[in-house]
Design a protein. Structure first.
Length: 221
C-alpha cells in the first residue's frame, strides 16, 4: 500500500479518510470496518498490513483495522440547493488549518473540493461532484472532512483519529451528490461525529462515524 502525495491531508501526510479507505480495502472484510490512525500516514511510502496492523518500513504502527459495529444512524440529508448555500459560507475558504487537504483544501490543485458550511441546526452540508474515477477510498475520503468541520473552529484545528464507514453504493463518476455532517459528542480534545453521503434525490450512498482529535494549542503543523 502506498498513499500517493496527491492524497495529502496535513502537510506531508496522507488524508485520513483516503488513507483509512486504502487500509480498509487491503483488510478485505465482508462487513464494515473501523480504522484507527496511530500516527499520520506517510506519503509515497510502502506500508504493509499484517493481522489488521498497518506498519511503515521501520516497523512503526501506522494504523489498526478492525471489524466495526453496527452502522451509525445517518445524518439527515438536505437538498442540493441548501447544500450549495451552506457551502458558500465554508470557513475553510478564509481560514483553513491544512489548505492543501485532498478533500476540503481550497489550495489543492486536484482535490475533491468538498467545502462543508454550517447549517442553522449545527450540521454541515456541501455539494460534491464525484471525480472521473471513483473507488471505495473515494467514498471514505468524502465522508471524512465534513464531520470534522462541524467542530473545527478558528485556532482550534482537529485531525482524524478513527473512522468507520459503511458504503451502500459507489457514486457515479461525474455525478452530483450532497455530504452532511454532525457532532454527536465533544469531551475534552475528542469529538465524535457522523457523516453521510446522498445522491441528489436523497438516496443514501454511505455513512460514517469518526473520532476527531483537537491539536494542542500552538503553531500549526
Amino acid at each position: 500500500m502506498i498513499i500517493e502525495a496527491r492524497y495529502q491531508g496535513p502537510p506531508g501526510t496522507g488524508n485520513g479518510g483516503w488513507s483509512a479507505g486504502i487500509f480498509a480495502g487491503a483488510y478485505g472484510a465482508d462487513g464494515p470496518v473501523e480504522v484507527t490512525l496511530r500516527r499520520p500516514p506517510p506519503l509515497d511510502t510502502p506500508l504493509t498490513l499484517t493481522d489488521g496492523d498497518v506498519r511503515d518500513p521501520g516497523g512503526h504502527l501506522v494504523a489498526e483495522v478492525r471489524p466495526a459495529g453496527d452502522p451509525p444512524a445517518p445524518v439527515p440529508p438536505v437538498d442540493p440547493a441548501t447544500a450549495r448555500a451552506a457551502s458558500a459560507t465554508y470557513p475553510g475558504l478564509v481560514d483553513h488549518p491544512f489548505p492543501g487537504c485532498y478533500v476540503c483544501g481550497p489550495e489543492h490543485p486536484d482535490g475533491l473540493r468538498i467545502y462543508p458550511g454550517r447549517l442553522p441546526d449545527g450540521r454541515t452540508a456541501a455539494p460534491w461532484r464525484a471525480p472521473g474515477r471513483v473507488s471505495a477510498p473515494t467514498v471514505w475520503a468524502a465522508l471524512d472532512c465534513p464531520g470534522g468541520w462541524a467542530v473545527i473552529a478558528p485556532g482550534r484545528p482537529y485531525v482524524l483519529g478513527r473512522l468507520a464507514v459503511t458504503v451502500d453504493a459507489l457514486p457515479t463518476p461525474g455525478g452530483e451528490y450532497v455530504v452532511t455532517g454532525a457532532v454527536d459528542t465533544v469531551e475534552g480534545r475528542l469529538a465524535v461525529v457522523r457523516t453521510s453521503l446522498y445522491d441528489g434525490a436523497g438516496g443514501l450512498l454511505g455513512r460514517a462515524r469518526a473520532t476527531w482529535v483537537a491539536l494542542p494549542a500552538g503553531p500549526r503543523p
